[in-house]
Ligand binder design. Structure first.
Ligand code: NDP
Length: 327
């Protein structure tokens, strides 16, 4: 059966275009998913713009997220008609991914879309939501409680940031949202931020130890923002670092670690075992309702995805971009 997919090629030069592919061209796997929705994550934006070493096999169907209905399955847990989702596992990097009407996968990578969500919400949350949940779980697992003090979220108007703000606020934390967009401040307050700060105050080199302000941090930016955030964490606090939207470096001092006993948790969503994924999605399902996502998302078709990717890398997007692969 033919289906539509975004296809990235690097011969003779890089191109990103909508192509018609055949199901027989898909990689082996025991579940064939009829994808309805995917999304644009920062990594997808890098791949669609040919920036950064995201794509490691060519040609590539990008898309680190997918949600849809099982078309065929030889996997014991899944039957045709089941509504499933997948995030990470190298999709869109080493294996054809979700920006397509079909994806074929090993069944052990898939999870049922949890109530109260459908395929749209599974993609709207997608890797961003699930990563935000992993970050919040790291802080909760560290023992942080709302009475310990505020939690800083950087890149707050982006996908991971927005959902981290929402989840932390719903868990009773006072959230300080750090953003470069003054236009997003009302949006961030609507998500539950108690305070919004401008990113500029964190974006330059700072002192190794600064005033203790935050019990915890969810950082999506890296570089000076992460270094300054660590320098402002209270004694015994914790930082969950998942991103590099500002840069990949970490120009920090060991002082907050050895003089205040703070802990830095690294978050990797790609190879997380399925039981931890399930727990992260359980957290999302407990605290997020579909109506929360309506005001946070914009939906585009496959054709517009490369254009939106450019805006995303320029830091111009607020919230999440859902891709309706049938549009
Ligand atoms: P988005 O593009 O949705 O959001 C990124 C946000 O970061 C922007 O909205 C903006 O927020 C800020 N930003 C963008 N560019 C810059 C810049 N040059 N300098 C400083 N701030 C910038 O991305 P996601 O939320 O999907 O991902 C965020 C980060 O987390 C990325 O680095 C991504 O690769 C990483 N990530 C990692 C995962 C993992 O498994 N470890 C999984 C998912 C994402 P504002 O204007 O509000 O400051």
């Amino acid at each position: 059966m033919p289906f539509k997919a975004l296809l990235l090629t690097n011969q003779p030069t890089f191109s990103a275009r909508v192509a018609t592919l055949l199901e027989t061209e898909l990689p082996a796997g025991d579940v064939l998913l009829r994808v309805s929705h995917s999304s644009l994550n920062y990594k997808d934006a890098l791949a669609l713009s040919n920036r950064g070493p995201v794509v490691r096999a060519w040609p590539m169907v990008p898309g680190i997220d997918a949600a849809g209905v099982v078309e065929t399955s030889t996997h014991a847990r899944f039957r045709p008609g089941d509504v499933l989702m997948v995030q990470g596992w190298g999709l869109g990097e080493t294996r054809w991914g979700g920006l397509a009407q079909r994806v074929r996968l090993p069944g052990e990578w898939l999870l049922p879309v949890p109530a109260p969500f459908g395929a749209f919400e599974a993609a709207a949350l997608g890797t961003a939501g699930y990563t935000a949940a992993l970050c919040v779980q790291a802080l909760l697992g560290h023992g942080l409680r709302p009475t310990d003090g505020p939690v800083l979220v950087s890149g707050a108007s982006g996908g991971v940031g927005s959902l981290a703000v929402l989840l932390l606020a719903r868990n009773g934390f006072a959230v300080t949202a750090l953003s470069g967009k003054t236009t997003a401040w009302t949006y961030l307050e609507t998500l539950g931020a108690a305070e919004v700060l401008h990113r500029d105050g964190f974006a330059s080199p700072g002192k190794p130890l600064q005033k203790e302000r935050f019990a915890g941090v969810v950082d999506t930016l890296g570089s000076h923002v992460l270094a300054n955030a660590c320098a402002q964490v209270c004694r015994g606090g914790a930082v969950a670092a998942c991103g590099l939207a500002m840069d990949m470096d970490l120009p920090a001092s060991v002082a907050p670690f050895i003089l205040r006993g703070i802990t830095l948790y690294g978050i990797d969503s790609v190879q997380t075992p399925i039981s931890r994924r399930q727990a992260a999605w359980d957290l999302l399902a407990r605290h997020v309702v579909p109506a929360d996502l309506a005001g946070m998302c914009r939906t585009v078709g496959l054709t517009l995805a490369p254009l939106e990717a450019g805006h995303q890398l320029a830091g111009e997007i607020t919230g999440r971009i859902v891709v309706d692969v049938n549009r």
